[in-house]
Design a protein around this ligand. Structure first.
Ligand code: ATP
Length: 314
């Protein structure tokens, strides 16, 4: 019997630009991703059988073969049948702390942790790039979740280029408990409304990617200029989510009024985050927004940027 506990951090998007449609049906993206220390804990335990079982303490998370962490384990059994035959099945227990369907890559990071955990449990010795290749088969955000830190993500989000680590930036996150936004809805609505405005041929998409990569945010990160980082936050999906969900717009405006370093919706939302250089200020911002909106359905978290991807707790 062997067991591992993995720490699976959430991500926020500091930048998300939709560059165009790809022939495979996905969007071509330019993103800057950042891991934060709000994390799920994933317990993996060999169960001495030939089955994979999944449990989660959150009722909103599927506990069947549709769970992305379960799908990650199935992928590993197919890819490494000898190791599966030798070590047998596994119990996956998800201790959920990351809000679900929130634009924080909760499912993706759980899946990344199963890849990393089974690599250890089965003594496979996979490299980061081998793990990322497997991760890309599960979802666009999964490769980033394997390595974490600060990175530019292009293609569907699976092509990664690391950026220098950022420290001492606090993140105040807020989300309405009962509000979920479907990622598929956000992207398809964006395509319907703005599809005529973006480049359609691969060559011009690549040219635009190159321009974005050397943009305002990347240079602010290189110079560790926190004020500039706050100014350069960007997310194309706000154009469809904010007009459809007035609560999210109200939250975004409430953060803006507190004079934060910067505020933005993460991924396809509906989580809105704001940046602050001190924990005291982060607590003050949280209080100001909570007082301004005064809705018992609004949850807050305070986290910090972390350079870590998936970590091992034992
Ligand atoms: P992203 O930022 O990558 O778009 P998200 O944070 O918006 O993701 P998730 O928390 O990953 O969204 O959840 C999206 C849906 O995926 C949920 O509604 C849930 O049904 C399903 N799901 C499958 N596996 C998981 C998991 N391990 N944790 C959370 N949700 C999961």
């Amino acid at each position: 019997m062997r067991s591992y506990t993995l720490i699976a951090p959430a991500k926020i998007n500091l930048y998300l630009e939709i560059l165009g449609d790809r022939p495979d049906g996905y969007h071509e993206l330019a993103m800057v991703m950042q891991t934060i220390d709000l994390a799920d804990r994933i317990h993996l335990r060999s169960n001495g059988t030939d089955v994979i079982r999944i449990h989660c303490n959150h009722p909103g998370v599927p506990q069947d073969k549709t769970n992305l962490a379960y799908r990650a384990a199935v992928l590993m059994t197919k890819q490494f049948p000898n190791a599966f035959a030798q070590y047998g099945g596994v119990e996956i227990e998800i201790d959920k702390h990351i809000p679900i369907a929130a634009g924080l890559a909760g499912g993706s990071t759980d899946a990344a942790s199963v890849l990393v955990g089974l690599d250890l449990m089965w003594n496979l010795g996979l490299t980061q790039s081998e793990l990322q290749e497997l991760a890309a088969q599960l979802g666009s955000d999964v490769p980033f979740c394997v390595t974490g830190g600060t990175a530019i993500a292009t293609g569907r989000g699976e092509k990664l280029a690391p950026l220098p680590d950022l420290d001492k930036i606090y993140v105040i996150l807020a989300k309405y408990r009962h509000l979920e936004v479907s990622t598929a809805w956000a992207y398809s609505t964006y395509r319907k409304q703005f599809g005529n405005t973006y480049a359609c041929d691969t060559q011009s998409i690549e040219a635009r990617s190159a321009k974005v990569n050397s943009g305002c945010l990347v240079s602010a990160i290189a110079h560790k200029d926190n004020a500039k980082i706050g100014e350069c936050l960007y997310n194309d999906l706000e154009k469809v989510v904010l007009p459809t969900y007035p609560q999210v717009l109200q939250l975004r405006e409430a953060f803006q009024r507190t004079g934060v370093l910067g505020t933005m919706m993460s991924g396809s939302g509906p989580t809105v985050f704001a940046l602050s250089e001190s924990l005291d200020r982060a607590n003050q911002i949280k209080k100001e927004v909570a007082n301004a909106i005064s809705d018992p359905d609004l949850d807050f978290w305070i986290a910090q940027f972390t350079p870590s991807g998936i970590g091992v707790a034992n």
